[in-house]
Write a protein that binds this ligand. Structure first.
Ligand code: SAM
Length: 257
């Protein structure tokens, strides 16, 4: 559908990955392949009928989720994306083409901003699986959560991506005040699974023996350091690709670190 580049070949914070970006873009970055596998396990075990995704980018996670759900009787996947990150419109076009080619008739990608457009996008459905992967700053993640919460019952599983970014922990605190218990998973960018129902929570603990309940937040310095490192890495890659083709072998060996 579109050329992509691989980033974080072996994972960012933990082993896993790779992640993808549209070739020539710095953002948005997809979830890692190891993180798709987490969704695969959740879908196989819990067979969600309806899933809501905040943050679709070029459709990598939504197409994976919709493809897995249709194998297990899923009915609908709705994504909401404001197309603000990177080449947002190009991303949305790739997401649409990917869904068409994969014949994912259960997947509807909607353009809009969370939380203002959430109620409209949700179509009054009740969601069993919610994936929050939009703007990861504080308090946006909390707003995303509050916007979709009325459309989820106590058994609904919420998944947050990028525990290391600043918006997730304040949102998890608020979720706990609504009766959620949550588990941190050691995936490439660290996912969090949360639910109110005690039986579902116990099943999640059994399914993910490496998970940690109420993981401590990282140092506030971690995110700016990783972002700066990523910026330098991508700038280096761009410079080498554009201006120093003779140094291609160096780029290849560095990009796998
Ligand atoms: C990290 S990317 C999503 C990646 C995607 N889940 C995947 O793995 O393929 C974040 C996306 O959230 C979108 N976004 C940011 N703020 C948003 C908001 N308030 N409402 C909806 N989408 C938003 C951006 O446009 C971007 O495409």
């Amino acid at each position: 559908m579109a050329e992509t580049s691989l980033v974080w070949h072996r994972g960012l914070l933990n082993s896993g990955g790779p992640h993808r970006v549209l070739k020539g873009s710095l953002y948005p970055i997809s979830i890692g392949e190891d993180e798709c596998a987490v969704f695969g396990k959740l879908i196989e075990q819990f067979r969600p009928e309806n899933t809501f995704i905040i943050g679709n980018a070029f459709g990598f996670s939504s197409c994976y989720i919709a493809d897995a759900m249709r194998q297990y009787g899923g009915q609908s996947v709705i994504t909401l994306d404001s197309e603000v990150e990177g080449r947002g419109q190009d991303c949305a076009a790739v997401a649409r083409r990917l869904a068409n080619v994969m014949e994912l008739s259960l997947l509807k990608n909607k353009k809009g901003s969370s939380p203002n457009d959430t109620a409209w996008a949700a179509e009054g459905k009740n969601f069993d699986l919610v994936f929050i992967d939009g703007d990861h700053s504080d308090p946006q993640v909390t707003r995303d959560f509050e916007g979709i919460l009325p459309f989820a019952d106590s058994q609904a599983i919420f998944v947050w991506h990028d525990f290391w970014l600043s918006g997730i922990n304040p949102c998890l605190k608020l979720a706990a005040s609504h009766g959620f218990r949550w588990l941190w998973l050691p995936t490439s960018c660290e996912m969090v699974l949360g639910v109110r129902d005690a039986r579902v929570f116990a099943e999640l603990q059994t399914m993910f023996p490496n998970s940690v309940e109420n993981q401590h937040p990282h140092s506030p310095l971690l995110a700016p350091t990783l972002i700066a490192k990523e910026f330098v890495r991508q700038a280096w890659d761009t410079a080498i690709t554009r201006y120093l083709p003779a140094f291609q072998p160096i780029r290849r060996s560095r990009s796998d670190r």
